[in-house]
Each structure stands twice: as structure tokens, then as C-alpha cells.
Design a protein around this ligand. Structure first.
Ligand code: MN3
Length: 256
């Protein structure tokens, strides 16, 4: 490291070391009774939102993922379920501090309190589904490539072993929830699950936090029409429509 870079970095680290506890103290969060920092450091909100949340268009036709995910399921899942999360979220944030926050800022701040419950469920529902549509694509039947493929092989042994581990996690979700492949703070890949519409970006809620790069909705509404009670068949079908190019883009961004 050059001297100048070292000095700058050193200065930055010193400022950060002093500032972080102050920021936490100001928020009144992230501290235990004895004053030790325990909670996550939540970044200040970046943007102020002035318009209601709206349903993002699917990046492919509703029948585009056939035969793996059927058209009717997609029509209802995107047009009814996702839309309902958005309607309920717009309603829930009214007259709250979250009314001006972008979705990412709500997700990072939302707490497990009863008062936040409706926003938590519906902000999660909106974020998770917006993400889910993007990480699938018609007729991909592909596998990870490049740095992502290397990271998957290093972490899980091989792509096939990763598929088994991810599928097992998805099968293990009791009731409704999601399975995720994430990049952690240490830049390592890990698999986790969340109940209901929680996700690993919920710093105050998730058991393990990280940046999702792949996610699978295992609510019955995602597969019941085609697969009925056979969740493993749906999980298997999902791997035929994963948009690995999009997953790799998200991975590269999370690693940077
Ligand atoms: Mn769903």
C-alpha cells in the first residue's frame, strides 16, 4: 500500500471507528444494556420517495417460463399476489416514517415489532417478488459461469452439490417462505431461508444477513396449480429457468 493511501485509509478507519458508535447511539439502536454494540449498523436513507409503489412489469410474457412455471400461476402470482403486497404496502406506510423511504431503506430498517408487522410483510413481499421475476428467464437451462461458478464450486464443491444444498434448504422451509443464495459481509456465499416474506436484507430481523443473488419463493401460491403439494418438483423445475446471467451480475455487484 502506498503511504498516501495508507494515511487516507488509516484516517478513514479512525473516523469510522469513532463515527459508527455515535451513529448507533443516535439511533438508540444496536446497543445492549451494558453499552456494547450488538446490532447492525444501518446506513442513512439515501433517497426520499415521492410516488407510491407500483407493480414492475415482468421481464418476459406470463407464459414465458412454461412448461416449468405455468402461465396461469404467473398471471395470478404477479398480477394478483404481488399487486396485493404493493397495495397493502402503500396503505401501511401512510402516516408513518416509512412513507418517504425507498423500498431498500424500509427493508433495512424494519423491525420485528407488532407496529411494523404489516409494513414488514408487504415491503418484503414487494421486494422479494420484484427480485424473483428478475432472476428467472425463459428457456435458460443454463449453469453459472465465470467468477460466480468459481465461487459456487469453491463453497459447495460443485454446481450439482450446490443444487442439492439449495433444494434441501428450500424443502426445509416449514409453511411459507423463501430460500436464498447470498453474499455475506465476508464476501463468502451462503444459503439461508426466511419465513413468510422476510429476507436477508432485513438487518433487524433476519437470522443471517447478506445480499441475495438467488431466491426461491416456496409459498404454495407459487406452485400449487401445477405441482400441487409436490414442492420438490417445483424446486427442480425452477433450476430450468434460473437466469444465471442476472444472478452473476448481482454477484459481481455484491462482491465489489
Ligand atoms: Mn409469492
Amino acid at each position: 500500500m502506498k503511504k498516501r493511501t495508507f494515511l487516507k485509509t488509516g484516517l478513514f478507519l479512525s473516523v469510522a471507528a469513532v463515527a459508527a458508535p455515535l451513529i448507533n447511539a443516535c439511533k438508540g439502536a444496536g446497543k445492549s444494556a451494558n453499552g456494547t454494540a450488538t446490532g447492525p449498523v444501518i446506513p442513512p436513507p439515501k433517497l426520499r420517495r415521492t410516488t407510491p409503489f407500483t407493480l414492475p412489469a415482468l421481464p418476459y410474457p406470463t407464459g414465458g417460463l412454461e412448461p416449468y412455471i405455468d402461465k396461469l400461476t404467473m398471471e395470478i402470482h404477479h398480477g394478483k399476489h404481488h399487486q396485493a403486497y404493493i397495495n397493502n404496502l402503500n396503505d401501511a406506510v401512510k402516516d408513518t416514517v416509512y412513507n418517504e423511504y425507498e423500498l431498500d431503506d424500509i427493508i433495512a430498517r424494519i423491525t420485528a415489532s407488532d407496529a411494523d408487522k404489516k409494513i414488514r410483510n408487504n415491503a418484503g413481499g414487494h421486494w422479494n417478488h420484484s427480485f424473483f421475476w428478475q432472476i428467472m428467464a425463459p428457456g435458460t437451462n443454463s449453469a453459472p459461469e465465470g467468477q460466480l461458478a468459481t465461487a459456487i464450486n469453491t463453497t459447495f464443491g460443485s454446481y450439482d452439490k450446490f443444487k442439492v444444498a439449495f433444494s434441501d434448504a428450500a424443502k426445509s422451509v416449514f409453511g411459507s417462505g423463501w430460500a436464498w443464495l447470498c453474499v455475506g459481509k465476508d464476501k463468502g456465499l451462503f444459503i439461508t431461508t426466511t419465513p413468510n416474506q422476510d429476507n436477508p436484507l432485513m438487518l433487524q430481523i433476519a437470522a443471517k444477513t447478506g445480499t441475495p443473488v438467488l431466491g426461491l419463493d416456496v409459498w404454495e401460491h407459487a406452485y400449487y396449480l401445477k405441482h400441487q403439494n409436490k414442492r420438490p418438483d417445483y424446486i427442480n423445475a425452477f433450476f430450468s429457468v434460473v437466469n444465471w446471467k442476472e444472478v452473476a451480475l448481482r454477484f459481481d455487484k455484491a462482491m465489489f
